[in-house]
Write a protein that binds this ligand. Structure first.
Ligand SMILES: C[S@@+](CC[C@H](N)C(=O)[O-])C[C@H]1O[C@@H](n2cnc3c(N)ncnc32)[C@H](O)[C@@H]1O
Length: 225
């Protein structure tokens, strides 16, 4: 792929701000296959987004504890986290949503050995989620544009199975959301959207939610019966 075309600008990216690390990040050790490690190194070099070590470590442990069978990844980029989830949860099927056409080829290459256990849905998550069945997923990883989280929440709750887990990444946003660091003016609206998501999931009677200081911040919500 032409490197010129591979400039990934996301609303929350700010090149002046280093990736946030929690106080426990140095204690966690991500253990993934050589293939996943190689793909992650390549993604880091090319500035292709993928979950941080600490976040992926948490996600894999949780998916294993849950014995996840039907996983949805909302915003999958090159499918590296999808691959790690498939390696970890041997019985799982992963449905992955991605709207950026530049990732499709890499996703298909990376997941070629798992074609029967994964489905890529291309397009906007807001449209695609409307087409998914009620209670279809026992594990959802929400990692698309952060401004979309609050908009997607009603549909994600609908398609999440009872006792299913919804993990939303990046909810502390470099510490802007919890006041650890001052929010740059141009990111204030984004931070408001994330706060709205946090308020919604922590006040929802249908969910049990924990906001966790993992990586760039994770909101873990479990759907009540
Ligand atoms: C942080 S990256 C995903 C990284 C991936 N989850 C991983 O761990 O390897 C976010 C991805 O979400 C995609 N995305 C953002 N908004 C989206 C939307 N509304 N619908 C579908 N995909 C979206 C972006 O194109 C990008 O590839």
């Amino acid at each position: 792929m032409n490197e010129e075309t591979l400039k990934f600008n996301y609303a929350h990216n700010d090149t002046g701000v280093p990736e946030r690390e929690s106080r426990t990040s140095g204690l966690n050790k991500l253990r993934v296959s050589d293939e996943v490690s190689r793909l992650r190194s390549s993604a880091h070099q090319r500035e292709v987004p993928t979950a941080s070590d600490e976040t992926l470590n948490f996600l894999l442990a949780l998916a294993l504890a849950k014995n996840a069978e039907n996983i949805l990844e909302v915003g999958c980029a090159e499918g590296i986290t999808s691959l790690a989830l498939l390696n970890t949860c041997k019985r799982a099927h992963v449905t992955a949503i991605e709207r950026d056409g530049r990732f499709i080829c890499a996703f298909k290459d990376n997941l070629s050995a798992y074609a029967k256990r994964c489905t890529l849905l291309t397009g906007d998550a807001a449209d695609i989620c409307l087409t998914l069945e009620d209670g279809a997923y026992d594990f959802i990883f929400l990692d698309c544009a952060k401004v979309q989280y609050i908009k997607l929440l009603p549909e994600l709750k609908r398609i999440l199975k009872k006792n299913g887990v919804l993990v939303a990444d990046d909810v502390l946003m470099y510490g802007w959301v919890n006041g650890e660091a001052e929010t740059p003016k141009k990111r204030r609206m984004l931070v408001e959207h994330i706060k709205e998501y946090i308020t919604a999931v922590t006040n929802d009677d249908g969910l049990a939610t924990a906001i966790l200081d993992i990586g760039n911040g994770v909101a873990m919500s479990v759907k009540r019966n």
